[in-house]
Design a protein around this ligand. Structure first.
Ligand code: DX5
Ligand code: ZN
Length: 214
């Protein structure tokens, strides 16, 4: 299982050390949650923090944009050091155009679905995607409880990917720990995002390792 630790739960006073921990761990990417206070009821961080993480990280940056009009920020996201630009289906009217523009800018393209958005909304874009993200909490905050229906959605997405011949990875974000992660692994997830269960554990390197073994 690939693990993408969410630095939303990291200690921002010691960001360099937190990124060094991720570098030394079995994580395959690092997850950055950008929130605008419009698409979600919270504000997190923006380009200066992404650039700082890029400076210290040896792992690819997986940037999850919980913002309206993500199509307006493609070059800034790329120039900040993102390897994957992840946008919400609900935030983007012209999703196909924006996905092509993300790839033309040299990044991998990922699309995220909120808990209430059905998997079928990806049906006509799935073959263009490098990754699809199923939210297993309502986006906006770390440390929330896992919504069990996400497991069904992972199964449906796995079926869509197989049927369409898409190479997209399945990522899941929100409330991931060893027990919810096991259900997601069985359902066909490829990448788990984990914030609270990594950074607020006594031993983050070990927490990442245990999740990687799922
Ligand atoms: C939620 C964010 C998540 C969050 C996950 O809006 O997209 O990435 O950091 O945190 P945990 O793992 O604590 O639910
Ligand atoms: Zn996220």
């Amino acid at each position: 299982m690939q693990i993408s630790p969410s630095i939303l739960s990291a200690d921002f006073g010691h960001l360099e050390q937190e990124i060094n921990m991720v570098n030394e761990s079995r994580a395959t990417m690092v997850h950055l949650d950008v929130m605008d206070g419009v698409f979600v009821p919270n504000i997190s961080f923006g380009f200066p923090v992404i650039k700082t993480v890029a400076k210290y990280s040896t792992k690819p940056l997986d940037v999850h944009l919980m913002i309206v009009n993500p199509q307006n920020y493609i070059s800034q996201v790329r120039d900040s050091g993102a390897a994957i630009m992840n946008i919400h289906q609900e935030a983007c009217t012209h999703l196909h155009r924006t996905v092509q523009a993300i790839k033309a800018a040299g990044m991998k393209a990922a699309v995220t679905l909120n808990p209430s958005t059905p998997v079928l909304m990806l049906e006509d874009i799935i073959t263009d995607l490098d990754m699809a993200l199923i939210m297993s909490v309502n986006p906006g905050f770390g440390g929330q409880a896992f919504i069990p229906n996400a497991v069904n959605k992972v199964r449906q997405l796995r079926e869509l990917i197989t049927r369409s011949g898409s190479k997209a990875l399945i990522q899941v974000d929100g409330g991931v720990n060893l027990s919810t992660g096991k259900l997601l692994a069985e359902a066909g997830a490829d990448v788990l995002v984990a914030g609270n269960s990594v950074f607020n554990s006594g031993n983050p390197i070990n927490a990442i390792s245990e999740l990687s073994d799922l």
